[in-house]
Design a protein around this ligand. Structure first.
Ligand SMILES: NC(=O)c1ccc[n+]([C@@H]2O[C@H](COP(=O)([O-])OP(=O)(O)OC[C@H]3O[C@@H](n4cnc5c(N)ncnc54)[C@H](OP(=O)(O)O)[C@@H]3O)[C@@H](O)[C@H]2O)c1
Length: 277
């Protein structure tokens, strides 16, 4: 029996709380990884226009034999489409590459300094009304810009996707997402494997007979309104990460993980926004 993943539920989206990240896998490797992840029980797959793997992700979805309606598919439009018309055109190309009639979640991948927020939100609202996306949201938005997007009330923002792990907290963003009932999807949730070298994480893992990756994921999944999308190429590691849904950390574990320094941002390209803005 494939493992059951708990769901995040809001009025705007119903999302499996553990998903599968696909960056930077490409081509046949990516298709095989998506297929095996779905076979193991993942039902939420994360891709993006920029990843260059949407065709492979779409092929993996179809090859899995699991009905499209039972899967939650996210894609993102790259930040060089700062207005509604270019955003819409890029999204249509995403759908064509994925070869699916709709996505479950469509995100603005990064805010650009040229972003015409209202124009992009209007495009998202139209895409939603047409049923081409079931939910919309943003990624890599700092708090002030996220607030603007939500308060504009042009499109019902369902999700914020940001970097979030035991070495990088997102308390302010998470508090806002909880208050607004948005899901905060944590990317880079196992800190690209750096959890393997951390003494606190490995101690807690040994205590539970679990792995460091499972501890890092269980810490995130223990927070209200949080989902996580680890990437793993091999079926063995995909299964390892999926099993984190069965691990419950105690208060002492959570306090020790919360006390780790939270200043290790691993994804910070030159075009990133002012994070504390
Ligand atoms: N919105 C954005 O701007 C944005 C930015 C970055 C990422 N993302 C999304 O988030 C997903 C995940 O982020 P990420 O790939 O940056 O980081 P990640 O999931 O934290 O780490 C992936 C790396 O860690 C290894 N790994 C996976 N599970 C592990 C475990 N249990 N123990 C030890 N190492 C493990 C993987 O190796 P193997 O594959 O060899 O197992 C891979 O090298 C991406 O694939 C993408 O879908 C979104």
């Amino acid at each position: 029996m494939p493992m059951q993943v708990p769901l995040f539920r809001s009025a705007r989206t119903v999302m499996p709380r553990l998903g599968f990240g696909t960056w930077p896998m490409q081509g046949a490797e990516c298709q095989a990884a998506v297929e095996s992840a779905i076979g193991l029980g993942y039902r939420h797959i994360d891709t993006a226009e920029m990843y260059g793997n949407e065709a492979a992700v779409g092929a993996g979805l179809r090859a899995s034999g699991v009905a499209r309606e039972a899967l939650y598919l996210t894609t993102k439009v790259w930040w060089d489409k700062p207005d509604g018309a270019s955003f819409r055109a890029a999204f249509e190309a995403c759908l064509a590459r994925l070869a699916t009639p709709y996505v479950d979640l469509l995100l603005v991948h990064w805010p650009s300094p040229q972003l015409r927020l209202e124009s992009v939100l209007e495009a998202q609202a139209k895409i939603l009304a047409e049923g081409l996306a079931k939910a919309v949201g943003v990624a890599n938005f700092p708090l002030a810009l996220l607030r603007r997007a939500v308060e504009a009330k042009i499109a019902p923002i369902a999700c914020l996707q940001v970097e979030h792990h035991v070495f990088l907290g997102q308390q302010k963003l998470l508090a806002y997402c909880q208050a607004q009932d948005l899901v905060l999807t944590s990317y880079t949730p196992v800190a690209k494997g750096a959890v393997l070298q951390d003494a606190t994480v490995t101690r807690i893992a040994a205590k539970h007979g679990a792995t460091p990756g499972q501890v890092a994921l269980a810490w995130l999944l223990g927070m209200a309104n949080v989902a996580a999308i680890p990437k793993a190429a091999s079926p063995a590691r995909q299964a390892e990460n999926l099993k984190s849904v069965e691990l419950t950390l105690d208060e002492e574990d959570r306090a020790a993980l919360a006390a780790l320094p939270k200043n290790r941002r691993m994804v910070n390209p030159g075009f990133a926004p002012q994070w504390d803005g």
